[in-house]
Design a protein around this ligand. Structure first.
Ligand SMILES: Nc1ncnc2c1ncn2[C@@H]1O[C@H](COP(=O)(O)OP(=O)(O)OP(=O)(O)O)[C@@H](O)[C@H]1O
Length: 667
């Protein structure tokens, strides 16, 4: 291995890889500059428009962390792009939690992204080499799922992404053995799993094993035990789909997943609900990778898309915990490998038959990615934090959301990222230059913008002039040279503006479509809201009426009860009174009584009895008068009442009065 990479403060290290071109007739538009004396490898390139390009752009110069020329092999990239430090970071230092890592490729369709990151039929890519190194070094420290009943449940419990974990043997058996596993099947791993694609998954023996990385050494935390969990998903049309869950041609429509904070992961967003496979060796991990890639192809065909129309994510999650009789809690760090969709120029996309929306989505997401990378790289050395606008689309959200430390004492170290830009120096000049502008460390671009360019265009200077204008004498004057330079810049600017216009038109068409859809759903929602409101009003009104009626009934019952109590009391009084009167108004004394009336004893009793009677009579009269007053008061209170029961009571009272039942004792 040669010189180590210079330490970078930027979140992304951006490398450029040039592919050997298949076309030998095309004109080369990209040149690699000789490295400066203090540099080990080239870092700058220049591009110049091909001679046949009528738009005449100026020469542009771009800087990268390092440039790999056509002769660079897969192993060169593995060694010199910083993949190994990324793996070390994920494994974590002794006794410490690891950090997340990201490895991505970006480039025009056919420029060699997949070749670099996933390899070809004869050569391994960076992903396979990374897995090889990872499993070879962690093998003695990996947990043994087959012989420990507690490990798998503890891994499931520690997963913060609501994932469905599957041991690799279940996964493998479902693929190769027609869904009849010999061990206990994992719930949810149905026999029809990936039925459409399993026949096409290559056996391990068919997977290329070169270049070898057997000589590569990395340090592993020997005080810890590890588990390696693999998952795969893709971002298609700004939505996330699991690649390890069946979709096949005959399968039900794929359900998209959410990228969100979960209960177990409130500070960091995760793709929730993925299927994840716990792998114990390289063979198992490569099998999962192949199945995911196959699924990406099958799903792509099913949705009228090809592989390069989605961004593929392969995640290697390294779970780590302290060894011991009572093991520590699991921590988790993820190495994410991203095979980005190929960018295409709008016109090319249209002629290739891709839908406008699809091409627009890819270009849009790559443009946002470029913006984020530039903004982050511009602020890498500044003291002010970079406000990277990563929420603009799902791709940048996935790539950048967890890139910045959330702060706090338990905060995880921010992830490190490597971007490998691939380009064909004899390929499509316009598409490649666009990608280079997005991805290169932009401050290294040398051709300055001329402020007067736009005004030059607006002033109507003929833009197809190729020869520098000359003075009357036929000699080229300094001012005409300047004008010629301006024209060159104007042409560059015009071409750039045209490209931007194309992009803006695509985005505008999409925005209009999105707005129409939003307005339609808003109208539906609005009418639904009206219906719900009317239903709620109706319900509340009915409930209120019922309660009012109930309240009225309760009040009437209480009032009637009170009146009844009063009347009962009155009746009792009247009964007592009537009794008294009937005793003393005995109009038909017996003969025997008459005879005894003149005896002395009787004289005394009669005279003393009459005295007592007079007193009782006057007491009763007083009480009678008081009762009469109360009765009148009650009657007055009842006057307002119209209910038949009240009328009846009034009549009853009058009947009492009319009957002369002792109420009017004077008469
Ligand atoms: N550096 C290289 N050396 C040899 N062959 C290469 C190299 N780069 C790319 N190729 C070959 O070029 C072809 C296209 O490359 P690849 O599929 O990697 O492109 P891509 O950028 O991933 O395209 P897409 O965006 O459409 O997926 C493949 O056959 C691949 O093997």
């Amino acid at each position: 291995m040669d010189a180590p990479l210079s330490p970078s403060t930027a979140l992304f290290d951006v490398f450029l890889r040039l592919r050997p071109s298949a076309s030998h007739n095309a004109e080369r538009f990209l040149d690699v500059e000789e490295p400066a004396s203090h540099e080990y490898a080239p870092t700058h390139i220049t591009i110049k428009p091909p001679a046949h390009d009528t738009r005449k752009r100026a020469v542009e110069r771009f800087a990268f962390t390092r440039v790999f020329e056509e002769s660079a092999g897969q192993r060169d990239l593995f060694e010199h792009t910083g993949v190994l430090p990324l793996v070390r970071g994920v494994l974590g230092e002794q006794g410490r939690e690891g950090r997340d890592g990201l490895l991505a490729t970006l480039g025009v369709t056919g420029s060699g992204k997949s070749h670099t990151i996933l390899g070809s039929k004869t050569q391994r890519g960076l992903t396979q080499m990374t897995l090889d190194v990872l499993f070879r070094h962690t093998a003695p420290h990996l947990v043994d799922l087959a012989n420990s009943h507690s490990v798998f449940p503890s891994l499931c419990a520690a997963d913060a992404s609501e994932a469905q974990l599957v041991p690799a043997w279940n996964f493998r058996e479902a693929i190769y053995f027609d869904g009849t596993p010999s061990r206990a099947a994992t719930p949810g791993l149905e026999s029809s799993f990936l039925s459409s694609s399993r026949r096409d998954v290559p056996r391990f023996s068919a997977v290329p094993m070169t270049p070898s990385v057997d000589d590569v050494e990395i340090d592993v935390d020997t005080t810890a035990e590890y588990a390696i969990v693999v998952s795969m998903y893709e971002v298609y049309n700004d939505r996330i789909f699991d690649l390890l869950t069946a979709s096949g041609k005959g399968a039900a429509k794929r359900r998209s997943l959410l990228f969100k904070s979960t209960e177990a992961s409130p500070d960091r967003k995760v793709v929730a609900g993925l299927r994840k496979v716990v792998c114990s060796n390289l063979e198992e991990a490569l099998l999962v990778l192949q199945v995911g890639l196959q699924e990406r192809r099958v799903a792509g065909t099913g949705s009228n898309a090809v592989s390069s129309r989605s961004h593929g994510f392969f995640c290697v999650e390294v779970k780590k915990r302290c060894r011991g009789s009572v093991p520590g809690p699991w921590t988790s760090s993820t190495l994410t490998v991203v095979d980005l969709a190929g960018s295409e120029r709008a016109r090319a996309a249209k002629t290739a038959g891709a839908t406008l929306a699809e091409a627009g989505k890819i270009n849009e997401s790559l443009m946002y990615l470029g913006q984020c990378m530039q903004m982050q790289s511009d602020h890498a050395n500044s003291t002010t934090p970079a406000l990277v606008p990563f929420r603009q689309c799902k791709l940048t959200e996935l790539l950048f959301s967890n890139s910045f430390s959330a702060g706090g004492s338990n905060a995880k170290a921010p992830q490190k990222a490597i971007m490998i830009v691939t380009a064909d120096p004899l390929g499509d000049f316009n598409a490649t230059s666009q990608i280079l502008r997005y991805s290169a460390l932009a401050r290294e671009v040398t051709v300055p913008r001329i402020p007067s360019t736009t005004s030059t265009i607006l002033a109507g200077v003929p833009l197809n002039t190729q020869r520098p204008p000359s003075s009357g004498s036929g000699r080229v004057t300094p001012s005409s040279m300047l004008l010629h330079e301006d024209l060159g810049n104007a042409l560059t600017e015009q071409a750039r503006l045209r490209e931007e216009l194309e992009m803006t038109q695509i985005m505008l068409a999409e925005e209009i479509e999105r707005r129409r859809a939003a307005e339609a759903s808003w109208r539906v929602a609005s009418s639904q809201l009206d219906e719900v409101e009317a239903a709620v009003r109706e319900e509340v009104w009915g409930e209120m009426e019922a309660r009012l009626a109930q309240e009225q009934r309760r009040w009437r019952a209480a009032r009637d009860e009170e009146i009844d109590r009063q009347e009962e009391h009155l009746d009792r009084k009247l009964a007592i009174l009537t009794q008294g009167i009937s005793v003393y108004e005995d109009e038909d004394p017996s003969e025997e009584d008459k005879e005894n009336v003149n005896t002395d004893a009787d004289v005394f009793r009669t005279s003393s009895g009459k005295k007592g009677d007079v007193q009782r009579m006057s007491a009763l009269e007083e009480e009678n008068a008081a009762l009469r007053i109360r009765l009148e008061a009650l009657e007055r209170a009842q006057v307002g009442s119209r209910s038949p029961s009240k009328k009846m009571r009034v009549l009853k009272t009058r009947k009492w009065e009319g009957s002369g039942m002792g109420l009017d004792l004077q008469s």
